[in-house]
Structures are given as C-alpha cells and as structure tokens.
Design a protein around this ligand. Structure first.
Ligand code: UDP
Length: 192
C-alpha cells in the first residue's frame, strides 16, 4: 500500500527495507526501477501526467526530502522515514560489492561518470563497474544497447528529474538490467 502525496504514491519503508527490496529485485527477471522524489518533483508530477505515470510506475518510490515526510504527516498518513537517494545508493553499493554485482553509471557531463566510477570502485572493493556513459546523448536506443552489452546488474540513471524517470520507464527493459535507480545529481557528488 502506497501513501499518496498529491498524486505521487510513496512506499512506506525504512531505509533498511528499501535496500532489502532493491537487492531482491536483482533475482527477478524484470527491469524494475527506483525513484526518490522530492517536493519539486511531486509538483512537476501534478502538472505533467507523463512524469507522474513514470514516477508511479517505479517498483519503489522513496521520499527523498523532509518536505515529503512533512506533507505525508500533515495529510494524516505518515511515512516511516526519509530515504534520500544518495544514501540509498551508498547502502545499495555496499550490498552489491559484497555480492560482486555490476553497476553502469549513466548521466552527468562528459568525464564525470568516469571519475565517479574510479572513486566508487576504490570506495566499495568488490563492486564491478560495467561501464559509464555521459548524460548528453541524442538517441537512447544505442545507449540502452550499450548497457545491455555491458551485462550490468544495476544502472544509476542520473539525468535529472523527470527526464531520468521517463527514461527508465521507456528504456529500462532494453538495458537488460534488473534494477535502475534515478539519482539526479549523484554522479557529480560521487565524482567529488
Ligand atoms: N543531466 C544529464 N543530462 C541532461 C540533463 C542533466 O546528464 O540532459 C545531469 C546533470 O549534468 C546533473 C544531473 O543530470 O549531473 C541533474 O542534476 P540536478 O541536481 O539538476 O538534478 P536533481 O538531482 O535536482 O534531479
């Protein structure tokens, strides 16, 4: 059961539960995706039905900011806790490293994903980097095909919202990955 905040349905899970669910998706046979909307994205979804459908189509919808937590509480349907995308990603990579899973980084300006990959590989020994691609491409099909060819288990899609949500909804299955995570400006943060 999801908690509705102005048209976006949030999963009422703790960070532990969120990471546990995401890891389980890796054993599935579908391309599932995770989104972490903040109040700005909820606002975008109110005016943009395609964005709303893409966000609500995620297998996990996690509240990124305190604004969403406050909104849900005010509506009388409190959420358990804040689950910021960047923290979720860190927890997920720890689990992936322990299990030798592979990660593809998609997004940000040319060069950023490469730097992020080097830093993450050093920070999470055991984490396999399947590949990287910047976020300024014209055609999505070749990018999805490149990810599929890389054999990545997980893709971090960092194109900003709602672009990344729309991309995951449309091209997720073509990537062959079982999990995609829409993580906004995270690659810039990981690159330092
Ligand atoms: N970005 C991208 N392709 C685009 C537009 C944006 O790869 O066509 C990247 C941008 O370089 C930045 C990220 O997406 O790394 C968006 O970060 P921002 O902080 O604006 O997004 P938010 O986290 O607020 O969704």
């Amino acid at each position: 059961m999801r908690v509705d905040v102005l048209g976006v349905g949030f999963d009422n899970v703790t960070m532990d539960e969120a990471v546990g669910r995401a890891v389980k998706f890796l054993d599935g046979d579908q391309a599932r995706y995770v989104v972490t909307p903040n109040p700005e994205i909820v606002e975008v979804c109110r005016e943009n039905p395609a964005a709303r459908a893409a966000v609500n189509g995620a297998a996990l919808v996690l509240p990124d900011g305190i604004g969403v937590i406050k909104g849900a509480a005010m509506l009388g349907t409190p959420l358990k806790e804040r689950t910021p995308g960047i923290e979720f990603a860190a927890r997920l990579m720890k689990r992936m490293a322990a299990e030798g899973k592979s990660l593809f980084l998609l997004g940000a300006k040319p060069g950023v994903a490469e730097t992020a990959a080097q830093r993450l590989a050093a920070q999470y020994p055991g984490l396999q980097i399947a590949g990287v691609h910047d976020g300024y491409f014209r055609e999505s099909d070749p990018v999805a095909a490149e990810i599929a060819h890389s054999g990545a288990d997980v893709v971090f899609v960092c194109l900003g919202a709602p672009k990344q949500e729309l991309w995951m909804a449309e091209y997720g299955p073509a990537t062959g990955a079982r999990l995609l995570c829409g993580l906004g400006g995270s690659l810039d943060v990981f690159a330092g």
